[in-house]
Design a binder for this molecule. Structure first.
Ligand code: GAR
Length: 217
């Protein structure tokens, strides 16, 4: 199958973007990044994209009268780039329902929790406050509600006794960097499809073991 053309939307550091860039270096990877768009002119991720020789664009939300106008500009850039798929990678803007509908089942997001738990900001602090034994990350198809939509893949990460929000975030981030390229691979090859608002993964291996944390003595 030909490579799927992917646009990546960022707002900041871009470490997940970097994971996707690194994955796409493999000629056998089914997606190529055709454009990286940031709403923040100073996003560090833009430099990562430039270093990788990728096309970059800044669409600064502050220059638009409202969300609809901003989203229309984003949409125009994505269409101009010939994107088949869109990956939100630390893109911290709420998107309008009209924009989301235009990319239905073709736009992915990564969030650092086991959704539907802890959507939104301060995810790790809230997970610690709740005393959960596992944190993790989720890649899902985007729906209009923030951090909501059919789940493609998740990784579970144990919460350790002396974790702070920062130490937990760092552990989850490592998992994010493995999960996002895998989930994009599933979407790009057509193995992940939405059936009745759940994702069915074609030919998935079956992992039936429990991850228990704290581990039994
Ligand atoms: C990542 O942890 C990502 O999961 C999170 O922002 C961070 C971006 O880091 N996204 C969300 O919280 C979305 N609700 P990065 O710029 O280094 O990829």
């Amino acid at each position: 199958m030909a490579h799927r053309r992917v646009a990546v939307l960022i707002s900041g550091r871009g470490s997940n973007l970097q994971a996707l860039i690194d994955a796409a270096l493999d000629p056998g990877y089914p997606a190529e990044i055709v454009n990286v768009i940031s709403n923040e002119p100073a996003a560090a991720g833009l430099e990562r994209a430039r270093k990788a020789g990728l096309a970059t664009e800044i669409v600064n939300h502050r220059n638009f009268a409202d969300r609809a106008a901003f989203d229309a500009a984003l949409d125009a850039r994505l269409r101009a780039a010939g994107a088949d798929l869109v990956c939100l990678a630390g893109f911290m803007r709420l998107l309008t329902p009209g924009f989301v509908a235009g990319w239905r089942d073709r736009m992915l997001n990564i969030h650092p929790s086991l959704l539907p738990a802890f959507p939104g900001l301060d995810t790790h602090a809230r997970a610690l406050a709740a005393g959960v034994r596992f944190a993790g990350c989720t890649v899902h198809f985007v729906r209009p509600t923030m951090d909501d939509g059919p789940i493609i893949a998740q990784a579970a990460v144990p919460v350790l006794p002396h974790d702070t929000a920062d130490s937990l975030a760092a552990r989850v981030l490592e998992a994010e960097h493995r999960l996002y390229p895998w989930a994009l691979r599933l979407a790009a090859t057509g193995r992940a499809t939405v059936v009745g608002e759940r994702v069915v993964v074609d030919g998935a291996k079956v992992a039936a073991g429990a991850l228990i944390n704290p581990p039994p003595d």
